[in-house]
Design a protein around this ligand. Structure first.
Ligand code: LLP
Length: 437
């Protein structure tokens, strides 16, 4: 297959057989940095970021901007790249907040999410001067107020609301439905109740509302339906309580192409459409248009990443199936084990060969569920030492990686034009025992 059908940064080298990622040979990258490897394309990350930054500025106006959902891919260099491109960031833990701070990311552009932040988390975040905290439960509203008072500040805050929109995505990533663990449902009055409770808090500056209905969203009407429900609520609190909503964050979630027949989404056109509808809806409701934020994660980094593995064994169980076993697995990519997520897999040094062998791509963790993909086709000549690339792994792969079985985590190698550099170094065995006493 032509890898270019997945993303334009993938091509075939002049030898007709080697995968090029952003012009860099998969074979040479593995020779230089070892196997397995996460490789990321800096230019692609920047390009993806710019689509959102430009479209949001153009269609929603100055001050409206995308926040990079850094749970998709969090390490120091990422925060520097997205900052240079004009994004804010969404962090969901103090670990991500610390990484962003350490990278020199401007605190006022950091939005702190998560459905449970402890007092320690909040003290750290408020102490750092985090721009905005998105409160997700009543206890948090109270704790933010109390800790802000202790620290002598008034903390900018949003409330996470659940608009009850079904984004038609897979269950594990649908987060806007009334019965999910996140936020306060609008439908049953919880949202209004927490809003009124928050207004009484002196050390909290409620700037607006946040929602996130889910991930892997392809339907263009999802954000429009979401905005409509949010704007109805915003209009209600405006009319009944004179509250002016300064910021509305409609969450993240545009889908990406894992397979050649996945749809392509025109993000710029989608944002233009959402903005048009929102302008119409705010005018209709006679409310000022708030600053708007979106929180893309996956669509910034997914197609800017591939994972390279070396084949260790091809094991055929006659009458059953063939396993291609590689030097990685659920430790570097748990998404198939967790969600049965589809990926495109290619033989990165045998692109010229026909993919005529039905097989499963297995990892090397000591558990049978450690499978990266099932029922795929690869060349039957595949053997120990060959390279396999799993495409579109820039999102939720490195960030969800673990040391299960005490395998050191892969490095993240960034390619940028002619250059390549280590963004996250390969973990060593010494790293593995670092915290053992
Ligand atoms: N904002 C909030 C509040 C979120 O919860 C999420 C994702 C995002 C933004 C970014 O969504 P994205 O643009 O990346 O779709 N581990 C799963 C994905 C979980 C997403 C959770 N929230 C996966 O590997 O598919």
């Amino acid at each position: 297959m032509n890898p270019n059908s997945i993303c334009s940064n993938l091509s075939v080298a002049a030898d007709g057989r080697t995968l090029l990622f952003a012009g860099h040979s998969a074979t040479q990258l593995v020779e230089k940095y070892g196997s397995g490897l996460y490789v990321m394309d800096e230019a692609r990350i920047r390009k993806n970021a710019r689509v959102y930054v430009d479209a949001m500025r153009e269609f929603f106006g100055e001050g409206s901007c995308p926040l990079f959902a850094s749970k998709a891919c969090s390490f120091t260099r990422m925060y520097k790249i997205v900052e240079q491109e004009g994004m804010g960031v969404d962090v969901v833990s103090c670990g991500e907040l610390y990484t962003a701070k350490n990278a020199g990311f401007p605190m006022e552009k950091i939005y702190f999410h998560g459905n449970l932040k402890t007092d320690e988390d909040l003290r750290y975040a408020i102490g750092c001067g985090v721009g905005c905290i998105i409160a997700d439960c009543r206890e948090e509203v109270d704790a933010i107020d109390r800790i802000a008072e202790e620290l002598g500040v008034r903390q900018r805050m949003m409330l996470r609301l659940t608009p009850g929109v079904d984004p038609h995505t897979y269950e594990a990533v649908a987060t806007g439905k009334v019965d999910c663990k996140f936020g306060f449902a609008i439908e049953n009055g919880m949202a209004l109740e927490i809003f009124l409770h928050t207004l009484k808090k002196e050390h909290v500056d409620l700037c607006g509302f946040h929602c996130h209905v889910g991930s892997m969203v392809f339907d263009s009407d999802v954000y429009i339906r979401t905005a409509q429900i949010m704007l109805d609520f915003i209009a209600q609190v405006h009319t009944d309580y004179g509250f002016v909503t300064r910021e509305l964050d409609i969450g993240g979630g545009y889908g990406v192409r894992y397979l050649a027949d996945d749809p392509t989404i025109d993000i710029r056109a989608n944002i233009a459409q959402v903005a048009d509808e929102m302008k119409r809806m705010t005018a209709e409701r006679n409310i000022p248009m708030p600053l708007v934020h979106m929180e893309p994660g996956r669509s910034i980094v997914a197609d800017a990443g591939v994972t390279l593995y070396t084949v260790g064994a091809v094991k055929t169980i006659p009458g059953y199936k063939t396993y291609v076993c590689v030097d990685g697995g659920m430790g570097d990519n748990p998404r198939y084990a967790l969600y049965r997520s589809p990926y495109t897999v290619v033989a990165a040094d045998k692109l010229h060969e026909e993919c005529d062998m039905l097989c499963d791509l297995a990892g090397r963790c000591c558990e049978s569920g450690d499978v990266l993909q099932e029922g795929i086709y690869l060349p039957h000549s595949l053997e120990r030492g060959d390279l396999v690339a799993v495409l579109t792994t820039g999102a939720y792969n490195y960030s969800m990686a673990s040391n299960y079985n005490r395998y050191p985590r892969f490095p993240v190698i960034m390619v940028d034009g002619e250059n390549d550099y280590v963004a996250v170094r390969r973990e060593s065995f010494a790293d593995i025992v670092l915290n053992d006493q």
